[in-house]
Design a protein around this ligand. Structure first.
Ligand code: ADP
Length: 269
């Protein structure tokens, strides 16, 4: 591991002797590097659609000016690129918001079953478009916890949307929820929700880094599906705020499963 020191010569006031002083600033150096990497990534992600847009504007104002068929086709592509930029900016705003709120404990009473039902209602059109059947197994009882319903909705929306997109056409997505009064992961009562698909899965080498911003296991596929690379980073921050955990498991070729573990709060029910 790389350690960074700040080295300085300082006079000792009483005697005037010079002392060579070392200060470990590894943490600050790493934080600075991460910030620079992030800005570089954002710039690159924004520039790609922007460059495409500029190219098409030039073509439309010149060579393709009087070609209605080309115009229509290029405008379609341009609208897709603008949508990509819009999604990216939206996810960046979400990320910055959830990061800012990460240390504020949520206090509202939330029934996770309701959140999961809303998630499925919202994503039903996407599932139908992809010929994907959503298979819920939520149990008979409410799943009470203290949380932020909008943020939890965002967590499950991101996970189920990924399962639909990466799982692929015709492959069902299972959403299973249950409680464990002495959950080993949280050492106390917990709710576990697993979102599982039957797509290509994820090579295990990628699993530890999957929640990093802009980290993609399959960059080509992510971009083709309109992904921003920020969904799981947003999920991670929201779960941190809720003292929750995310477990990712995958058997390549068989599919992937994402398990959210959250503290159950029986008093919230
Ligand atoms: P993206 O916008 O690229 O989908 P995410 O942060 O949501 O970004 O996910 C990060 C990466 O994790 C994706 O680019 C993809 O490679 C991988 N991934 C996420 N969910 C799945 C899944 N259900 N099956 C296969 N790969 C997945």
């Amino acid at each position: 591991k790389k350690v960074t020191y700040d080295v300085s010569l300082r006079p000792v006031a009483a005697t005037g002797t010079l002392v060579l002083s070392f200060q470990d600033i590894t943490h600050e150096a790493e934080a600075g590097q991460m910030r620079r990497d992030f800005v570089a990534n954002v710039s690159h992600e924004l520039r790609t659609p922007l460059t495409a847009l500029m190219g098409f504007i030039e073509t439309l104002s010149g060579p393709a000016k009087d070609d209605p068929a080309a115009r229509e086709r290029f405008l379609g592509i341009m609208s897709g690129e603008a949508e990509r930029m819009n999604r990216l900016v939206g996810d960046l705003l979400s990320l910055s918001r959830v990061e800012a709120e990460e240390r504020v404990r949520p206090t509202a009473k939330v029934d996770l079953v309701e959140v999961l039902r809303s998630t499925m209602r919202n994503l039903n059109p996407l599932a139908v478009d992809n010929d994907v059947e959503l298979r819920p197994d939520l149990g008979p009882a409410p799943l009470p916890l203290l949380g932020d319903a909008d943020q939890l909705l965002q967590v499950f929306t991101n996970l189920v949307e990924n399962a639909i997109k990466y799982g692929g056409k015709g492959k069902p997505v299972e959403i299973k929820a249950g409680t464990n009064l002495r959950d080993p992961a949280l050492r106390g009562p917990a709710v576990r929700v697993t979102v599982a698909d039957h797509g290509p899965g994820i090579d295990p080498v990628h699993l530890p880094r999957l929640t990093e911003r802009f980290y993609r296991a399959d960059s080509h596929r992510s971009r083709a599906l309109g992904g921003t690379g920020l969904g799981l980073a947003i999920v991670k921050h929201i779960l941190n705020r809720h003292r929750g955990r995310l477990r990712i498991a995958s058997e390549p070729g068989q599919g992937a499963s994402f398990t959210v573990i959250l503290p159950l709060d029986l008093a919230a029910g």
